[in-house]
Structure formats: C-alpha cells, structure tokens
Design a protein around this ligand. Structure first.
Ligand SMILES: [Zn+2]
Length: 69
C-alpha cells in the first residue's frame, strides 16, 4: 500500500496523521500502523474513546488521539 492510500484509509472524520513502522516480532518483522486522530475526532470518540489496538494478520493498527501536550 502506498502512503496516500493509507492516508485515505486513516479516518473519514478528521485529518488523521498516519505513521508506519516495522517492529521486530518473535516471528519476524511486524508492520505497525499508528493512526493519530484529532482530539475532537467524532469517529474516535464513537468507536474507541480510549484508543484501540487492532491486531491483524499482517500487522498491528493502533488508533490514538493526538495529545495536546
Ligand atoms: Zn479521526
């Protein structure tokens, strides 16, 4: 998947930031996609107010909210 395709998948409700990294797992590299939503994102508030980590066959998808530190 290309970065622009990933960006399109990130979120329909906010201009989410998306990052891909590869972590070393016990069975080899694991693709990890971190999607950082705006704190006001209605999708995140509805679906995963505490954030969520989804484990998929080919990697991990983590949804989180941008913190205003
Ligand atoms: Zn969002």
């Amino acid at each position: 998947m290309t970065p622009s395709q990933l960006q399109a998948l990130a979120c329909e409700d906010c201009p989410a930031d998306i990052r891909c990294t590869t972590l070393q797992g016990l069975n080899g590299p694991v693709l990890t996609v971190v999607i950082t939503h705006e704190p006001t994102c209605p999708w995140l508030a509805r679906v995963a107010p505490e954030g969520a980590t989804l484990v998929r066959e080919r990697g991990i998808v983590r949804h989180t909210a941008r913190t205003t530190a």
